[in-house]
Design a binder for this molecule. Structure first.
Ligand SMILES: [Zn+2]
Length: 319
């Protein structure tokens, strides 16, 4: 404001006006980006995992709003009015896809929305799993870190197309996170290999770890429910899961942060095994300050929980 007044008073002297304006322009540009800069694009992301990757790539050059809270289950999430408003006001929306968050995707693709979007998880060819006799896409693609690298690159490309003048920033940010993800992708199998060979198998509440297991040398020997959390397990499913756990001789099975643990605790009790601590982060990163409050930290926490609870060990991950 003082700068502005000084310029106005000086401009009364015609002879000096040009110089004064030039001086003011040179001292008022460029401005540092701030979090409420109206020039920044409004970006919306659905799942906390996608939002975390978008935040890493976009950095200070975007205003980002994530719709799902940490710990919320995307499969059964019911949108609230604020979600519709955020989507309507967005310049671009990133969602996960392969039917991970069906109700939010209905909103994004719904009549009249017209907002440009990218289904980040759908950039990965999905595993097809059997569900009630039908083959459906498994949405949990981020379980394989090499997929997360592809997702980061697709996010970088979409943001660069939206804001070409920030493309160099997005490229630099993406290169940093990709390098960390490559180190993570190398680190995980080293931890899994510490598990005694006959025990490299997991049982989880819902079927969210097929990509992880296949990438890092584990077998999913059973889950209480399928790839969505909408269904309830039958008594028969519970019985056969208990038998499978006993047969495999596993020391522990795994609960997940986005699903109430009661049923998996019952299974563990009947099978005479423990429920691993900490729980696994399946479809959401953890709350800020928790051990899994970013995609990388959630993968590290999961890997250490799996390795240690199955009889192996875990070395610190250096990002
Ligand atoms: Zn899931």
């Amino acid at each position: 404001m003082l700068q502005h007044l000084a310029c106005t008073s000086r401009s009364v002297l015609t002879l000096l006006a040009t110089l004064a304006v030039a001086a003011c322009q040179s001292t008022t540009t460029p401005t540092a980006p701030t979090t409420d800069d109206p020039d920044k694009p409004n970006i919306v992301a659905t799942s906390t995992i996608v939002a975390d990757l978008v935040a890493q790539v976009g950095g200070d050059a975007i205003d980002l709003q994530g719709l799902l809270e940490p710990g919320a289950d995307p499969h059964v999430y019911e949108p609230v009015p604020a979600d519709s408003i955020a989507i309507e006001q967005a310049d671009f929306v990133f969602y996960s896809g392969h039917n991970l968050e069906p109700a939010l995707v209905d909103l994004i693709l719904g009549a009249g929305s017209g907002v440009p979007y990218l289904a980040v998880g759908e950039q990965i060819a999905p595993l097809a799993l059997e569900k009630e006799g039908q083959r459906v896409a498994d949405p949990h693609v981020w379980g394989d870190v090499s997929h997360a690298i592809v997702m980061v690159e697709k996010i970088r490309d979409a943001l660069s197309e939206l804001e070409p003048e920030q493309a160099a920033t997005f490229a630099t940010n993406a290169a940093v996170i990709v390098a960390e993800l490559q180190r993570l992708d190398d680190w995980i199998p080293v931890q899994i290999m510490t598990i005694p060979e006959g025990q490299r198998a997991i049982v989880t509440t819902h079927d969210a770890f097929q990509y992880y297991a296949s990438a890092y040398g584990l077998e999913v020997i059973g889950t209480l429910i399928g790839i969505s959390t909408e269904e309830q397990p039958s008594a028969q499913t519970v019985r056969s899961l208990v038998e499978a756990i006993k047969t495999a001789g596993l020391p522990a099975i795994f609960a997940e942060t986005t699903i109430a643990p009661k049923l998996i605790e019952t299974v563990a009790e009947e099978a005479g095994v423990k429920v691993a601590d900490p729980k696994l982060y399946s479809d959401s990163i953890g709350a800020p300050g928790s051990a899994g409050d970013s995609y990388i930290k959630m993968m590290v926490s999961n890997t250490c929980s799996i390795a240690i609870n199955l009889g192996g060990s875990c070395t610190p991950f250096e990002p």
